[in-house]
Design a protein around this ligand. Structure first.
Ligand code: F6R
Length: 616
């Protein structure tokens, strides 16, 4: 998502900042900017802030004409959260007097209260961002402390949320003050000076010995060196890590491919998609909704329209929109919906799900639904994309740019966002008590940790299962209820990246036809987690086993019985059934990737596929 870079030393800062921002472009962003410290003609230093909506190349060409000497500055690529993409909302943000500038990654959860308090004390805000509160908080603290690092420490102590933060002050030339909580910050000392970035890729040309700042640690960068402190201001000596990645590996965060990197980002995606979404009194907060509570309350039918993986997120959503909010919900491939004559009234909500936000069929279906009078709500990963622009409201999935063609982390972001929407509809319609909504919201957040455990603990069992699946010509995925939705996605992932034919069926449908496929050695991959239909899935698997199938199951931790019918078991932590799609899809993504690698396929760029399908 956003990217931070900062430099202070003996070289032109603007070139280093532009180079760093360019390196971080792959993360996705909508605007870019820098703040450069300049010694004024009168001897007094000033900050020049230059920001642009759009690509870093646009900012770079504007900076070509910038002739002042500056050896200290900070830069940022922004991916909009609070406030639309615009020059005013682009970072860096400045204090009222323009002498302090900040760049920030993360989210200030209590920004509304802080902004109000700061305005009451006379601060004028120039943007809609949460980040701007830092500039004003630091300005106040600097007035008392006269020390940038101490002022930053004081400012962040008032903030709830996540931050990777870098600040400069015209009254302390050459100093960059840095803070971190739940958002990455990397620091290094090179030959030409000191560097800070949110991504190691931005500074590996300067140094390969870096400090990965830990939460609640601070750093003061000057051309002479770097001082690290804790939240009390006491000196600390963080560990130095040597990075021996080449550029390609750095871009992949040290993973061998983007697909694996993106699968490993999923715990963060869950957290980021949920952060700041529930108020202290248990009300869901989706400020970008674009629909009034009355309009939401009037909704009596939901269509989820999407393609491919996004369609499968819709299948998951149907279960919770109907289960929690008790609103009839249909899920349709956008390419079918647009050519039908669906029943649409002003109280119909069409939810368009699209990672790229520009899939041609989904867009055409949105336009059609609006003409017919539906309210349209978009769920997308790309800020300002056509789906976001053409919908009445939007939830952004906070997955960051997804580079591997096969969707993984976007899918998880979509499911979490759709669950937020279902919870909101249920609250508005009084179908769930605040207590239950709060409990479900908390358990939804807990899936971040559960995914992490799967990533940490399941690689051996997944590898063994992949070895059994990879030599096959075809595979069948089965499940019931939520498990069926995930089976569809598991089959799609496997065929996309490994070119192995795979089909998915609701397990109860097996005996109505697909069971004819089963012969000795045929792989059947089942989502057999503990759920109300667990016993039925087990019976279906016995039927497969009796015909010689190789049975692979994704099962709930502690289920020893399943070993009697499965050749390979991949255990995942126990979760409430409605959240099982979030956890159960992770081993299936990894299984698809492992099988593809065993078959010698390029997992990031499968043949014949494009990341964004803008043709009908
Ligand atoms: C599968 C995949 C595709 C997309 C589909 C829709 O891994 O990525 O099936 O889900 O092309 O794309 P979006 O979500 O961009 O509308």
């Amino acid at each position: 998502m956003c990217g931070i870079i900062g430099f202070t030393g003996r070289s032109q800062a603007k070139d280093i900042l532009v180079e760093g921002l360019t390196r971080m472009e792959y993360r996705g962003y909508d605007s870019a900017g820098v703040a450069l410290e300049v010694a004024g003609a009168d001897g007094e230093a000033r900050l020049d802030v230059i920001r642009r909506v759009g690509k870093v190349a646009g900012l770079a060409s504007e900076l070509e004409g910038y002739k002042d000497e500056s050896t200290c500055g900070i830069g940022h690529t922004r991916w909009a959260t609070h406030g639309r993409p615009s020059t005013a909302n682009a970072h860096p943000h400045t204090s009222c007097d323009g002498r302090i500038a900040v760049v920030h990654n993360g989210i200030v959860e209590n920004f509304a209260e802080l902004r109000e308090e700061l305005q009451d004390r006379g601060h004028e805000f120039k943007s809609d961002t949460d980040t701007e509160v830092f500039a004003h908080l630091i300005e106040e603290a600097y007035g008392c402390e006269g020390d940038l690092m101490a002022a930053v420490r004081e400012a962040v102590s008032q903030v709830a949320g996540a931050y990777g933060l870098a600040a400069v002050c015209a009254d302390e030339p050459g100093t960059i003050a840095v803070a971190r909580k739940d958002s990455p910050i990397i620091i290094g000392m090179g030959e030409m000076g000191a560097y800070v970035a949110s991504d190691v890729i931005a500074l590996i040309d300067a140094t390969r010995d870096v400090v990965v700042l830990a939460d609640d640690q601070f750093a003061k960068l000057t051309p002479e060196g770097i001082e690290y402190t804790d939240s009390e201001g006491r000196a600390i000596q963080p560990e130095v890590t040597h990075v021996d990645w080449d550029l390609d590996m750095a871009e992949k965060g040290g993973y061998p491919d983007f697909m694996l990197k993106e699968i490993h980002e999923q715990p963060r995606v869950v957290r980021d998609t949920l952060v700041g979404r529930m108020s202290a009194n248990g009300e869901l907060d989706i400020d970008e909704l674009g629909l009034s509570l009355q309009e939401l309350n009037d909704i009596d039918r939901v269509y989820v329209i999407a393609c491919g993986t996004s369609y499968h997120a819709g299948l998951v959503a149907k279960n919770v929109i109907e289960g929690w909010a008790r609103i009839p919900c249909e899920v349709e491939a956008a390419s079918e919906f647009r050519y039908r004559d669906p029943i649409i009234t002003p109280s119909t909500l069409v939810v368009a799900v699209s990672q790229s936000g520009e899939t041609a069929d989904t867009l055409a279906a949105i336009r059609d639904a609006r003409i017919k009078g539906a309210k349209v709500f978009g769920i997308t990963n790309v800020v300002g994309s056509p789906v976001a622009r053409e919908s009445d409201g939007v939830i952004y999935t906070k997955a960051n740019k997804e580079i591997a063609v096969a969707s993984t982390k976007s899918f998880i972001g979509q499911i979490v966002s759709l669950m937020l929407l279902a919870l909101l509809l249920a609250q508005v319609k009084y179908r769930l008590s605040t207590k239950t909504a709060r409990m479900l919201f908390r358990e939804l957040g807990d899936t971040a940790e559960q995914i992490q455990r799967i990533l940490d603990e399941s690689s051996d069992s997944i590898h063994e299962a992949a070895e059994a699946v990879a030599p096959a010509h075809s595979a069948l995925f089965v499940g019931r209820g939520m498990g069926a939705a995930i089976a569809y996605e598991g089959a799609l992932k496997l065929k996309e990246v490994s070119y192995l034919h795979a089909e998915a069926y609701a397990a109860g449908e097996m005996k109505h036809g697909p069971i004819a496929l089963i012969e000795p050695g045929f792989p059947v991959i089942a989502v057999a987690t503990k759920s109300p239909t667990y016993d039925k899935v087990v019976s279906n698997l016995m039927e497969c086993r009796a015909r010689g199938a190789v049975v692979v199951t994704v099962a709930t931790e502690g289920d020893e019985e399943i070993k009697k019918i499965a050749d390979h078991v991949i255990y995942i932590p126990q979760v409430r059934d409605c959240f099982s799609p979030i956890t159960a899809s992770v081993p299936l993504q990894l299984l698809a990737r492992e099988a593809a690698l065993l078959r010698g396929c390029d997992v990031d760029q499968p043949r014949n596929l494009a990341k964004s399908v803008t043709v009908e």
